[in-house]
Design a protein around this ligand. Structure first.
Ligand code: HEM
Ligand SMILES: *[C@@H]1O[C@H](CO)[C@@H](O)[C@H](O)[C@H]1NC(C)=O
Ligand SMILES: *[C@@H]1O[C@H](CO)[C@@H](O)[C@H](O)[C@H]1NC(C)=O
Ligand SMILES: *[C@@H]1O[C@H](CO)[C@@H](O)[C@H](O)[C@H]1NC(C)=O
Ligand SMILES: *[C@@H]1O[C@H](CO)[C@@H](O)[C@H](O)[C@H]1NC(C)=O
Ligand SMILES: *[C@@H]1O[C@H](CO)[C@@H](O)[C@H](O)[C@H]1NC(C)=O
Ligand SMILES: *[C@@H]1O[C@H](CO)[C@@H](O)[C@H](O)[C@H]1NC(C)=O
Length: 327
C-alpha cells in the first residue's frame, strides 16, 4: 500500500501524530464520559453553591488554578497540605493567608468520590470548577480537555520562585510565563482575570504613598482612584490586609472593564498597570477594551493552554482520594 514515494510523508505523518500527542499530552474532552458521566453536573452544582454563598469564590478558584498550574504544572500540587517530607505550596508567600477555595474543592471532590470513587483527579476537578466559576461570574465558557492526574509532591520553594509577584518588573513576569510556554499574549489575556476579585492593601500600598522609594505616589495611578484607595488603605501597617477590588467598576462580573481601567491609569496592581508600559501589550489592552467578545474567546483559549502546562497523564501521578494528601 505504501509506495516508496509515500514513505517519507508517512514517516512525517507519524512524527506529527507523535508530536501532537506530546503537545496535547493525551488530554481528551470525553475522558470521563463513560467512567463518570455525571461529573460535570456534580462540579457545576458545587461551584454554584459556593458562589451563591460567597460571590468572591469565583475569583478565588480562578487564582487557585493559576497558582497550581504555574508551579510544576497543573497537577493539583497547590491543594496538598504540608507533610513531614515536604513543605507544600499553601504556605508559600504568594498563597499564605491569601489563596482561598480549598474547602470548595474538598466538598466537590467528596461528592465526586461518592458517585465515581478513585476515578477523577483533583486536577481535573479544579479545572472544571474554574471553567464553571468564570461562566457563573458572567464570563466565557470553554470546553475543558480532561485526563490529568494528580502530582505526588508539592514545593514551597518552586511556588515562591515561579508565581509572579506584583512588585517585580514586567520583563520578569513575562519571563515566568514564557518558562511555562505562555507568551506575551497569554500574559495580557490571563491578566484579564483581574476583572474579578480582591487584593490586600500590602500588594499595592507602596503605589499610594511612597512609590519605589521616591517619596511620592505612583504617577501611573489615577488620582481619583488613589484617593479612594487611600481611604481603604491608610498609611499604617494595620491596613495591610484590608481588601480593595481589582476592578472597582464591576467587581464580581467577569467582563472586559479591567482593560478599560488600564487605559485611564486605573489598574490596581503595579503589574496590572505595567501592561500599558510596553507598546506591544498596550496595543492588546486597547484591543480587548474595545472588543469584549474577542477577549472572551481568547480567554478560553489561553485558559486551555494554561490548563495543559506540565500535566501528568497515563500512568504518571495518581488519582488522589483526598485532594489534600497523597494516597
Ligand atoms: C501577571 C501576573 C500576576 C500577578 C503579579 C498577580 C498578582 C495578584 C495579587 C497580588 C493578587 C492579590 C492577592 C492578595 O492580596 O491576597 C491577585 C489576585 C487575583 N489574581 Fe492575580 N496575578 C497575576 C496573574 C493572574 C492570573 C494569570 C490569574 C488567573 C488566570 C489571576 C487571577 C487572580 C484573581 C482572580 C485574583 C483575586 C482572588 C480573590 O479575590 O480571591 N492572576 N493576583
Ligand atoms: C446522574 O444525574 C442524573 C440527573 O442529573 C440523575 O438522575 C442520576 O441519578 C445521576 N446518576 C448518578 C449515578 O448519580
Ligand atoms: C460561606 O462563605 C463564608 C465566607 O464568606 C465561609 O466562611 C463559609 O464557610 C461558607 N459556607 C459554606 C457552607 O460554604
Ligand atoms: C528580574 O530578573 C532578573 C534576571 O533574572 C533578576 O536578576 C532580578 O533580580 C529580577 N528582579 C526582581 C525585582 O525580581
Ligand atoms: C525604581 O527605582 C530604580 C532606582 O531608582 C529604577 O532603576 C527603577 O526603574 C524604578 N522602577 C520603577 C518601576 O519605576
Ligand atoms: C476609567 O474607566 C472606567 C471604565 O470605563 C470608568 O468607569 C472610570 O470612571 C474611569 N476612571 C477614571 C479615573 O477616569
Ligand atoms: C513598539 O516600539 C518600537 C520602538 O520603540 C517599534 O519598533 C515597534 O514597531 C512598536 N510596536 C508596536 C506594536 O507599536
Amino acid at each position: 500500500m505504501f509506495q516508496n514515494s509515500c514513505r517519507l510523508s508517512f514517516v512525517t505523518f507519524l512524527c506529527l501524530l507523535f508530536l501532537c500527542r506530546f503537545v496535547y499530552s493525551q488530554l481528551d474532552y470525553k475522558f470521563y464520559d463513560y467512567t463518570c458521566p455525571n461529573l460535570t453536573t456534580i462540579v457545576r452544582s458545587g461551584v454554584w453553591s459556593a458562589i451563591a454563598n460567597d460571590t468572591r469564590m469565583a475569583a478565588s478558584l480562578l487564582r487557585l488554578h493559576f497558582h497550581d498550574c504555574i508551579v510544576n504544572g497543573c497537577e493539583a500540587s497547590v491543594l496538598l497540605d504540608d507533610t513531614s517530607t515536604f513543605k507544600g505550596e499553601k504556605n508559600a508567600f504568594p498563597n499564605r493567608n491569601s489563596a482561598r477555595g480549598f474547602e470548595v474543592i474538598d466538598t466537590i471532590k467528596a461528592n465526586v468520590e461518592k458517585t465515581c470513587p478513585s476515578i477523577v483527579s483533583c486536577s481535573d476537578i479544579l479545572n472544571l470548577a474554574v471553567r464553571d466559576a468564570v461562566f457563573l461570574a458572567g464570563g466565557p465558557y470553554w470546553s475543558v480537555p480532561l485526563g490529568r492526574r494528580d502530582g505526588l509532591t508539592a514545593s514551597e520553594t518552586a511556588a515562591n520562585r515561579d508565581i509572579p509577584s506584583p512588585f517585580e518588573p514586567f520583563e520578569n513576569i513575562t519571563a515566568k510565563f514564557a518558562s511555562k510556554g505562555l507568551g506575551i499574549k497569554d500574559v495580557v489575556v490571563l491578566s484579564g482575570a483581574h476583572t474579578i476579585g480582591f487584593a490586600q492593601c500590602f500588594t499595592f500600598k507602596q503605589r499610594l504613598f511612597n512609590f519605589n522609594g521616591s517619596g511620592n505616589p505612583d504617577p501611573t495611578l489615577s488620582v481619583s482612584l488613589r484617593n479612594n484607595l487611600q481611604n481603604i488603605c491608610p498609611n499604617i501597617d494595620d491596613s495591610d490586609t484590608n481588601l480593595a477590588p481589582l476592578d472597582p467598576v464591576s467587581t464580581s462580573k467577569f467582563d472586559n472593564i479591567y482593560y478599560k481601567n488600564l487605559l485611564n491609569n486605573s489598574g490596581l496592581l503595579q503589574s496590572d498597570q505595567a501592561l500599558m508600559g510596553d507598546n506591544r501589550t498596550a496595543a492588546m489592552v486597547y484591543y480587548y477594551s474595545r472588543f469584549p467578545l474577542l477577549f472572551s474567546k481568547d480567554f478560553g483559549i489561553s485558559m486551555v493552554k494554561l490548563s495543559s502546562v506540565g500535566v501528568l497523564t497515563g500512568q504518571d501521578g495518581q488519582i488522589r482520594k483526598n485532594c489534600r494528601v497523597v494516597n
